[in-house]
Design a protein around this ligand. Structure first.
Ligand SMILES: Cc1cc2nc3c(=O)[nH]c(=O)nc-3n(C[C@H](O)[C@H](O)[C@H](O)COP(=O)(O)O)c2cc1C
Length: 195
C-alpha cells in the first residue's frame, strides 16, 4: 500500500509530529511506502476561488500542491494529523484541503471519482488539542470528513487527544502512542479487524 501522511503542525517535534511518526511506524515496518508532507514547510497558496479547476479538475496554480495532488492520486491510505487551532484544523492543514477543490470538481462536476484501487481507500484522522473541550475536535472532524470524501476515501477512523498542550507532552499520555500505533496498523489491515 501507499500511504500519504500529512503533518499539519508548525511545531517541530510537537505533539502532532510525534503522533504521526508513531502512526506511520507499523506501516513502514511492514514494508509499505509512506510519503510524508510537512505542510508548514511547503509552498501551498490558499485557494483563490478562481474557478479555473471547474472544467478540468486541475488547479491553475503550480506550487507544492502538485506534489500533494500526485500523492492523492497514487496513494490508497491517508493520514491527516493536525493540532486543534481555534476549535478547527490548523491553517496549514486547511490550506491544503481547500486546494482539493480541484478534486471536488473532478468528482462532483466532471463525474470522475478517483478509482478505488485493489484494497480500497481508507483514512486516519489524528487530532491533538490543548484544552479539554470536546467541541475542539468537532469542526476539524467535519472538515476532515469533507476532505476524505472529496478525495474518494469513503471511510476513516479518528483518534483524538485533548488536554495535551506543551511541546512533546503527548509522550507522557498513558495510551496515546500505543493508540496511534494500533490505528496505523488498522489503516493498512485488510482483515476483519480493520475498521
Ligand atoms: C494558534 C493556536 C490556537 C489554538 N487553539 C486551540 C483550541 O481552540 N483548542 C485547543 O484544544 N487547543 C488549542 N491550541 C493548543 C494546541 O492545540 C496544542 O498546544 C497542541 O498540543 C499543539 O500541537 P503541536 O505540538 O503538534 O503543535 C491552540 C494553539 C495555538 C498555537
Amino acid at each position: 500500500m501507499r500511504v500519504a501522511a500529512f503533518n499539519g503542525s508548525p511545531r517541530t517535534e510537537g505533539n502532532t509530529e510525534i503522533l504521526l511518526r508513531e502512526a506511520t511506524r507499523p506501516i513502514e515496518l511492514t514494508g509499505h511506502e509512506v510519503v510524508r508532507f510537512d505542510l508548514n514547510a511547503m509552498d501551498i497558496k490558499p485557494c483563490q476561488d478562481c474557478g479555473g479547476c471547474e472544467g478540468t479538475g486541475i488547479c491553475v496554480y503550480q506550487d507544492d500542491m502538485s506534489l500533494v495532488s500526485d500523492a492523492i492520486r497514487r496513494c490508497d491510505r491517508f493520514i491527516l494529523a493536525s493540532p486543534v487551532f481555534f476549535f478547527a484544523l490548523s491553517a496549514q492543514t486547511k490550506a491544503m484541503i481547500d486546494r482539493c477543490q480541484a478534486f471536488w470538481c473532478e468528482k462532483y462536476l466532471l463525474k470522475r471519482a478517483l478509482p478505488d484501487g485493489p484494497e480500497g481507500r481508507k483514512g486516519l484522522l489524528i487530532l491533538v488539542g490543548g484544552m479539554k473541550k470536546e467541541i475542539g475536535t468537532q469542526c476539524g472532524e467535519a472538515t476532515a470528513k469533507a476532505f476524505f470524501r472529496t478525495i474518494s476515501v469513503p471511510k476513516h477512523e479518528t483518534v483524538s487527544f485533548l488536554g495535551v498542550d506543551s511541546k512533546g507532552a503527548i509522550c507522557t499520555h498513558e495510551t496515546a502512542l500505543q493508540d496511534v500505533y494500533l490505528a496505523g496498523q488498522r489503516l493498512i489491515s485488510t482483515g476483519q479487524d480493520s475498521r
